[in-house]
Ligand binder design. Structure first.
Ligand code: FAD
Length: 492
């Protein structure tokens, strides 16, 4: 039996000092009684996010979802009134969008109010000339994309969780989607925001994202995970729907040539919308199930899109040339097309992991000079972190590429974890710790796009340094002196 206590995941039982009925009554006066749920009903309606941490804590009867009250807001005015009330009473507030986070961030583990934003889903303004749109934070990514597609437009932010994730949650978690290599991550899509501060003040950030007028406050909110303000609406970049897509797939002779192909493609200024390099285990044991193409080693999928057929054909041909020049063998477009058509299947039964498995993704980013070292260090550390009797499996791909570097995306599954919560957490945490420290030591950062939540909160100091973390804490203290919003999250 492990002696490690799960102090990383403090789960307060609903606050004994709180008059839940009185709080629910005051909230009902703001939003109406039918939008307020108290006690067990609040916790049943919102059992927490989609991280393994949430499921395993709930399974063993120590849920991380400890909200005393859950309230659904429909307007910025309601959010503002809720924050004023919470601030006056000193009650913690945890904003929640689609609760699809995988780091435990959207759990109200300190009790208080869970602020559900999914009813805020209006499109406020579409600018077809500038290709921008102001949309409320609770709009789901998939619904937004469908709405735009019907108008010949695209959001181009396609997380694999599009059916669950809200736009506000994507900004707050600083996410990324499968098309990020060409269209950028969520922070690149974010142009402006409306935000409610902890005391209830509403701030409209500048409508134009480019200016030399002081620091970029809009971007301060990106990745803030509900600690600095509640996003009620955001203005995002749109694109015209592409009319042409070209797919390619290659078998590479090792990961090194694959990384070099990706590097050359990016530094040559080519911009495939999708570029996914699978290591051997990921190709053979995971991708193969979706594409059924007899994969037997490192595999690269590429998709180039655009509105000009000749340009798309030329860009695709140049990407092909670089891969072939590095000794790659073409597997044909069908493999790429099959992945595109089945790309959401990985996240649904029977492919999605479930208890008693332990599962996690440990994405890390690094520049091209260090990405291979980070891959070797992180995958080696993960393999060594668990005793072989646990039968840990690891499949890694690189799926978001930048001009300066890339990221690795290791997916870890322990087929059957310990049947004791503390032991299961200890095993999970030892893998997280090993991977995180290995990424840092090899010169990477500890996350590319899944955020921090509860899982990575202990490593903020290693990521930013003591003075860097202190700076972040002072920003938090200045904006939220009473620590009302998501207390304890982000290691703040
Ligand atoms: C199967 C699966 C696949 C996934 N694939 C991807 C992927 O491809 N790319 C990716 O980036 N992520 C992915 N994720 C993770 C997750 O979907 C993203 O982090 C997503 O951005 C979370 O959005 P959400 O609305 O569900 O946020 P939530 O989980 O509800 O919240 C996440 C954080 O944001 C805060 N928050 C939410 N809304 C607001 C708001 N309006 N104002 C202030 N703070 C807010 C919460 O307090 C919390 O800290 C995946 C998750 C799953 C389960």
């Amino acid at each position: 039996m492990s002696t490690q206590t799960p102090a990383l995941y403090p789960a307060a039982s609903p606050r004994a000092d709180l008059d839940t009925r009185a709080l629910a009554g005051e909230l009902s006066r703001i939003v109406g009684r039918e939008r307020v749920h108290a006690g067990a009903a609040a916790r049943q309606r919102h059992p927490g996010d989609m991280s393994w941490l949430t499921y395993v804590h709930a399974h063993f009867g120590r849920p991380l979802a400890c909200q005393d009250v859950a309230v659904t807001a429909r307007s910025t005015e309601e959010v503002s009134a809720i924050m004023r009330l919470a601030s006056r009473l000193g009650v913690p507030v945890t904003p929640v969008g689609g609760a699809s986070g995988v780091q435990g961030a959207a759990n109200a583990n300190c009790g208080g109010i869970l602020l559900d934003l999914l009813a805020m889903k209006q499109v406020r303004h579409l600018d077809r000339t500038s290709l921008t749109c102001t949309v409320e934070a609770g709009m789901l990514v998939r619904d937004f994309e469908d709405w735009l597609n019907a108008r010949g437009l695209s959001f181009t932010h396609y997380p694999a969780s599009a059916e669950w994730a809200s736009i506000g949650g994507c900004v707050a978690a600083r996410g990324s989607g499968v098309l990020s290599t060409k269209y950028g991550t969520m922070q690149d899509h974010l142009l402006s925001a409306e935000v409610v501060l902890p005391q209830g003040d509403v701030v409209q950030l500048p409508p134009i994202p480019r200016h030399g007028v002081g620091p970029d406050v809009t971007q301060l909110l990106s990745g803030s995970e509900g600690t600095l303000g509640v996003l009620t609406a955001v203005t995002v970049k749109l694109r015209l729907l592409p009319s042409h897509r070209r797919f390619a797939a290659f078998r590479l002779d090792g990961l090194g040539p694959g990384i070099e192909a990706g590097r050359r493609i990016m530094t040559d200024g080519l911009r495939p919308a999708v570029m996914r390099l699978y290591d051997k285990d990921a190709a053979v044991k995971s991708l193969e199930r979706a594409v059924r193409a007899g994969l037997d080693g490192e595999t690269m999928l590429i998709m180039v899109d655009g509105r000009h057929e000749r340009l798309v054909a030329e860009e695709a041909a140049l990407c092909d040339e670089i891969c072939l020049d590095l000794g790659a063998r073409s597997l044909g477009a069908e493999v790429g097309i099959a992945w595109w058509e089945n790309r959401y299947a990985f996240y649904h039964p029977p492919h999605a992991p479930q208890l008693p498995q332990i599962w996690m993704t440990m994405d890390a980013a690094a520049d091209y000079a260090r990405i291979r070292a980070v891959y070797d260090a992180v995958t080696g550390a993960i393999r060594n972190a668990a005793d072989p009797r646990w039968g840990l499996t690891l499949k890694t791909h690189l799926s978001h590429w930048y001009e300066w570097g890339s990221m690795i995306y290791p997916r870890v599954v322990v087929p059957e974890g310990p049947d004791d919560l503390d032991e299961a957490l200890a095993l999970h945490d030892s893998i997280v710790r090993a991977a995180t420290l290995a990424a840092l030591e090899a010169g990477g950062v500890i996350n590319d796009h899944h955020g921090v939540g509860l899982r990575l909160a202990p490593y903020l100091e290693q990521q930013f340094g003591a003075t860097g973390l202190s700076m972040l804490r002072r920003i938090k203290a200045a904006i939220d002196p009473a620590q009302v919003l998501s207390p304890g999250k982000l290691g703040l």
